[in-house]
Design a protein around this ligand. Structure first.
Ligand code: FAD
Ligand code: DLZ
Length: 428
C-alpha cells in the first residue's frame, strides 16, 4: 500500500527525510492552511514567500514524476488545518501510513503526536536531517553543564564538520575572530548593491491570496523581496559570497541609518524554509576563504553564526521546551508599546529597526538584539508579548530559532542559561 508523505512549508527540499525512499504510488501532501498561516498574524512577505516557494517546490516535484496533492489556500474545500487535510486524504484513498519529518515548533509537534490516535493510522515522524547536530547529540553535550555557552558547542561543530579545520586544529590556530569584527561603518562607505528579485507568475497568483485573506496582517506584499525557488536562493547565496562576505566580519556589529542589510547575508529565510542547506552555505564561504576571495575573520564569523548559533539555539529549544516558553526571570509584565508596529517614536534606532522590519520582513541581528530586544529588556516587556512580535514580523521566524534568541539572548528571560549576563546597552 502507498504512503502519504506530508511536507511542511518550511521543509522545501528534496533532501527532506520524509521523501527518502519515495516509491511510485506514494502521494506527497503539501497544504496551504489557515491554522499555520494565522496561529500568529505572520508578516505579509513571509506568507507571500512561503506560499510561492511551496507552489514552486510542488511544481518541481511533479516534474520529477513525484505525485503531489497540493492544497491551495483558496481551494473551496480547504479544511483549514494540516490535520484536516491529512484526514481528507486518508478518506479519499487508502494509505499504509503517514510519513512526516519532525517540525520546528512545539505546538505543531504536539499536534502531530496526536495524529496516529486521531486518524487510526500509523504515523512515522522522521528526524530532520537538515541540521548538523542531532537533538540527541545536543542533549548529550548539554548533560551535566550548568551553563550552556555557545562557544564550546561551536568548537564541537567545527570538529564534527571539519569546517576551517586542519589536522584536528582550527586553521590559523584560533577558533574565534569576534574581537576583529566590531568596526564602525566608515562615512560615505559604498555598500554592495543587491540585485532585485525577479518575480514569477506564481508570486502574482499568491499576491492576490494575500490581498484577499491577509489584508490586516503587518507589512506589505506589493513587491516580492525573497527568491521563491531553489535556483533563486542559490543566486542570492552566490551574490553574498562574492559581494558581501569579504566585509561581513569587519562590519558584522555595525548599524547605519537607512542601511537595512549592510553586509549581512539575508539567507536565513531560505535556510529555515529548506531552499538552502546549512552545510552548502558554510562550504561556499569556506571555499571563498581558501581561494582568497574572503578573509578569515569574515568567513569564520559567518560560519559560526550557522554551525554555532543556529544549531545551538535549535538544540536548546528542544532540550528546554515546553518550560522555556514560560520563563520570565525578571518577572516582566509590560505590554508591547504601539511603536513596535507603527515606528512612531523619537528613538531613531527603533524607528529604523521597525521600518526595516515592516518594509522587508527583516532586521539584521544587531537591530533585533541591541535595539528592539534591548528596549524590551530595559522596559520590562512581558516575554509573551515580545516573543509574539518577533514571531510575526520576520520572514525567517519559526519558534525553534526565534524563542531562544528572544528569551535567552535578548531579554534574559531564561535567567542565564544561554547568556552570561543580560545584554543591556545605552542609547549610544
Ligand atoms: P547573517 O548575519 O548573514 O548571518 C548568517 C546566518 O547565520 C543567518 O542567515 C542565520 O541562519 C544564522 N544566524 C545568525 N545569528 C543567528 C542566531 N543568533 N540564531 C540562529 N541563527 C543565526 N533568526 C532566525 O533565523 N529566525 C528568527 O526568528 C530569529 N529571531 C531572532 C530574534 C532575536 C531577538 C534575535 C536577537 C535574533 C533572532 N534571530 C533569528 C537570529 C538572527 O538575528 C537572524 O538569523 C539574522 O538576523 C538573519 O539575517 P541574515 O540571514 O542576514 O544573517
Ligand atoms: C509559516 C507557515 C505558513 C505561513 N503557512 C504554512 C502552510 O500553510 N502550510 C504549511 O505546511 N506550513 C506553513 N508554514 C510553516 C509552518 O508554520 C511550520 O512548518 C511550523 O511552524 C513548524 O516549523
Amino acid at each position: 500500500m502507498p504512503a502519504l508523505r506530508l511536507i511542511l512549508g518550511d521543509q522545501l527540499t528534496t533532501s527532506i527525510s520524509s521523501l527518502a525512499d519515495y516509491k511510485k504510488g506514494d502521494v506527497v501532501l503539501i497544504a496551504e492552511v489557515k491554522s499555520e498561516a494565522t496561529y500568529v498574524k505572520h508578516h505579509k512577505q513571509k506568507i507571500l514567500f512561503l506560499f510561492s516557494a511551496m507552489r514552486h517546490f510542488a511544481q518541481d516535484l511533479t516534474a520529477d514524476a513525484i505525485e503531489v496533492k497540493y492544497i491551495r489556500y483558496d481551494d473551496p474545500d480547504n479544511s483549514g488545518s494540516l490535520g484536516g487535510e491529512i484526514d481528507k486524504a486518508l478518506q479519499q484513498e487508502k494509505f499504509e501510513k503517514v510519513i512526516v519529518t519532525e517540525c520546528g515548533e512545539w505546538r505543531l509537534s504536539e499536534e502531530m503526536n496526536s495524529w496516529a490516535d486521531r486518524f487510526q493510522v500509523d504515523v512515522e515522524i522522521r528526524e530532520d536531517k537538515r541540521f548538523v547536530c542531532t537533538l540527541q547529540e545536543f542533549a548529550k553535550w548539554a548533560d551535566g553543564r550548568k551553563n550552556l555557552r555557545m562557544e564550546f558547542f561551536y568548537r564541537e561543530m567545527r570538529r564534527k564538520t571539519g569546517l576551517l579545520m586542519a589536522d584536528g586544529e582550527p586553521v590559523s590556530g584560533k577558533w574565534n575572530f569576534d574581537a576583529d569584527n566590531r568596526k564602525k561603518l566608515p562615512k560615505n562607505y559604498s555598500l554592495p548593491v543587491r540585485p532585485k528579485i525577479s518575480e514569477t507568475s506564481i508570486v502574482e497568483e499568491v499576491r492576490s491570496v494575500i490581498e484577499a485573506d491577509f489584508g490586516d496582517h503587518f507589512g506589505n506584499a506589493s513587491s516580492c523581496l525573497y527568491a521563491v525557488t531553489r535556483d533563486g536562493a542559490l543566486q542570492e547565496l552566490d551574490w553574498f559570497i562574492e559581494e558581501a562576505l569579504p566585509n561581513f566580519g569587519d562590519y558584522q556589529d555595525a548599524m547605519a541609518s537607512g542601511e537595512d542589510f549592510l553586509h549581512h547575508s539575508r539567507l536565513s529565510a531560505y535556510l529555515n524554509a529548506g531552499l538552502l542547506t546549512a552545510m552548502e552555505v558554510c562550504q561556499a564561504a569556506e571555499e571563498a576563504w581558501r581561494d582568497e576571495r574572503a578573509p578569515l575573520n569574515a568567513v569564520e564569523g559567518f560560519i559560526r553564526q550557522i554551525i554555532g548559533w543556529r544549531e545551538y539555539v535549535r538544540g536548546l529549544y528542544w532540550l528546554e521546551m515546553p518550560d522555556y516558553a514560560k520563563s520570565n526571570y525578571f518577572k516582566a509584565e509590560r505590554k508591547l508599546p504601539a511603536f513596535y508596529w507603527s515606528g512612531e517614536t523619537d528613538m531613531l534606532c527603533i524607528r529604523e529597526a521597525v521600518r526595516n522590519t515592516h518594509d522587508n520582513a527583516y532586521a539584521h541581528h544587531i537591530q533585533r538584539l541591541m535595539v528592539t530586544g534591548n528596549f524590551a529588556l530595559l522596559a520590562g516587556i512581558a516575554p509573551k508579548e515580545i516573543n509574539e512580535w518577533y514571531l510575526i514580523v520576520y520572514a525567517d521566524a519559526y519558534e525553534w530559532v526565534e524563542l531562544p534568541n528572544t528569551h535567552g539572548m535578548a531579554i534574559y528571560a531564561d535567567g542565564g542559561l544561554m547568556a552570561s549576563k543580560p545584554y543591556a546597552a545605552s542609547g549610544s
